[in-house]
Design a protein around this ligand. Structure first.
Ligand SMILES: *Cc1c(COP(=O)(O)O)cnc(C)c1O
Length: 422
C-alpha cells in the first residue's frame, strides 16, 4: 500500500521503506494517547519533505553567510511573521532544532555557567531542561526546583515565591511535561519581577491550545516563550523562541551562532504551514475539542475508580495515579500497548516508586481529537483503559487482544490526517 506512496524509497531501500510502512499502519490502527504526540496534516508532511532540505542558510533572512537564499529567506520570513501574528509577540526565532536546544539557547542568552536557575522538578512534572541534574542545564547551572502541593497536586505558588526570593535565580522556567492544570503566568510574572529573574514560559505542550484560545497566553507576562512545534501545535518536529523586542538580539545570537549552525529549512517550511493551519477557525475548534475530550475522558476515568493527579484536567493532559491499584505504571503502559492504546508511564508527584518504574500513566487527547473523536467516545476510551489495567493485573492476554480488535475497528472509522490508510 505504501509502495505507491513512497515509490522511490521502496525502489532504493525496501528494508527501510518497510519500516516506514509498518509505522504508518501502527499509527493508523492504534489509539495514540501520548499527550506530546499528534498527527500532522498531509500539507505539513509535504512541506517537511521538500528540496529545501538541500540548502545551507546560516544566519537570518537578509543576512546570511551563504548565497542563493532568494526562496529560503521568504520561507523563513513567512514562518516568523505567522508566529508573531499567532502568538502576539514582537519577535520570533523559528530555527531551534527542537525544544531542548531552544531552551539551551535561552540559558546561553541570559545566564553564565554556575548561575542559579529555577524550574519545576522533573518528578513533579517539569522538563529535564529546566535545570534537572542529569541534563546539561542541571550540571552547568545550579538548578533549584519547585513542585506541587501534596494535598492538591497544584503548583504551590507561595513556595515558588519563597524559593525565588531566597535564591534570586537568573532564570525562572514555568511550564512542564505533565501538568494537567492551567498555568498562572501572571502569578509567575509577579514572582519573577520580585526576584529580579528572567521568566521563561515553556509552552511546548500547550502551544496549540494557546494558539486556539483554549489556554491563556503567556505573551504579555513573560520575557521569553519557548515552544516545540510538534505537540498540540501539530507541526513538524522543531521549536520556536518568542520574545519582546528588547530580547530579540540576545535570543537570535544565542540560537545562531551561539548554539546551532544551519537551520533545517524543510522544517521551517513545515512550521510555516502548521502556523497557517493554526490560524484558521477550524484550529480554534480543534483546540477547544482537545480540552473538552480531555475533560470528558477524565470524568469517565474518575467514574471508573481511577485516581487522577490534581483530580482532573484543564488542558489536553491527564496523569493517572495507579498508586492505589495492583498495577504499576510501566506494566499498565505495556499492557495498554498490547491492547492498541499507546501511552507512556510517568512519575506522579511524590511517587513512592522509582522513575524507571513509576506509579503513573500519562495520557492526552491531541491525537484522537485530530482524528475526529469527540466527547461521546470518551466513556468507551475510559472503558478500554479500565479493562486493560484490569487485564494487566490478571495477566489476561486474551482480554488485551479483544480490546485491540475493538480499538482497530473504531480507528478505521476515523482516518488520521496525513496517513494513507485508516
Ligand atoms: C517536549 C518538551 C521539551 C523538549 O522538546 P524536544 O523537542 O523533545 O527536545 C521541552 N520542554 C517541555 C516543557 C516539553 O514538553
Amino acid at each position: 500500500m505504501s509502495a505507491s506512496r513512497h515509490p522511490a524509497l521502496f525502489a532504493t531501500d525496501p528494508e527501510l521503506a518497510s519500516f516506514v510502512a509498518a509505522e504508518e499502519v501502527l499509527q493508523a490502527q492504534t489509539l495514540r494517547l501520548i499527550p506530546s504526540e499528534n498527527y500532522v496534516s498531509a500539507a505539513v508532511l509535504e512541506a517537511s519533505g521538500t528540496v529545501l532540505q538541500n540548502k545551507y542558510s546560516e544566519g537570518y533572512p537578509g543576512r546570511r553567510y551563504y548565497e542563493g537564499q532568494q526562496n529560503i529567506d521568504r520561507v523563513e520570513a513567512l514562518a516568523v511573521e505567522r508566529a508573531k501574528g499567532l502568538f502576539g509577540v514582537d519577535h520570533a526565532n523559528v530555527q531551534p532544532y527542537s525544544g531542548s536546544p531552544a531552551n539551551l539557547a535561552v540559558y546561553l542568552a541570559f545566564a553564565k555557567p554556575g548561575d542559579t536557575v529555577m524550574g519545576m522538578a522533573l518528578p513533579m512534572g517539569g522538563h529535564l531542561t529546566h535545570g534537572w541534574g542529569v541534563s546539561a542545564t542541571g550540571s552547568w547551572f545550579r538548578g533549584v526546583q519547585y513542585g506541587v502541593r501534596a494535598d492538591t497536586g497544584l503548583i504551590d505558588y507561595d513556595a515558588v515565591r519563597d524559593l525565588a526570593l531566597a535564591e534570586r535565580p537568573k532564570l525562572i522556567f514555568c511550564g512542564g511535561t505533565a501538568l494537567p492544570r492551567t498555568i498562572d503566568f501572571a502569578a509567575f510574572a509577579e514572582i519573577a519581577r520580585e526576584a529580579g529573574s528572567i521568566l521563561v514560559a515553556d509552552v511546548a505542550h500547550i502551544a496549540g491550545l494557546i494558539a486556539g484560545g483554549a489556554h491563556p497566553s503567556p505573551a504579555d507576562h513573560v520575557d521569553v516563550v519557548s515552544t516545540t512545534t510538534h505537540k498540540t501545535l501539530r507541526g513538524p518536529r522543531g521549536a520556536m523562541l518568542m520574545c519582546r523586542e528588547e530580547h530579540a538580539k540576545a535570543i537570535d545570537k544565542a540560537v545562531f551562532p551561539g548554539l546551532q549552525g544551519g537551520p533545517h529549512n524543510q522544517t521551517t517550511a513545515g512550521i510555516a504551514v502548521a502556523l497557517h493551519e493554526a490560524a484558521q477557525p477550524s484550529f480554534v475548534s480543534y483546540a477547544h475539542a482537545v480540552v473538552a475530550n480531555a475533560r470528558a475522558l477524565a470524568a469517565a476515568l474518575l467514574q471508573r475508580g481511577f485516581d487522577l493527579v490534581s483530580g482532573g484536567t484543564d488542558n489536553h493532559l491527564i496523569l493517572i495515579d495507579l498508586t492505589g491499584k495492583d498495577v504499576p505504571g510501566k506494566i499498565a503502559a505495556k499492557a495498554l500497548d498490547r491492547a492498541g492504546i499507546v501511552v507512556n508511564y510517568n512519575t506522579v508527584p511524590f511517587d513512592p516508586r522509582k522513575p524507571f518504574d513509576p506509579s503513573g500513566v500519562r495520557i492526552g487527547t491531541p491525537s484522537l481529537t485530530s482524528r475526529g473523536l469527540s466527547t461521546e467516545h470518551m466513556p468507551l476510551v475510559a472503558d478500554w483503559i479500565a479493562r486493560s489495567v484490569d487485564a494487566a493485573a490478571k495477566g489476561d492476554e486474551q482480554a488485551l487482544a479483544a480490546i485491540r480488535a475493538e480499538v482497530t475497528d473504531l480507528m478505521a472509522a476515523f482516518p488520521a490526517p496525513g496517513l494513507p490508510l485508516s
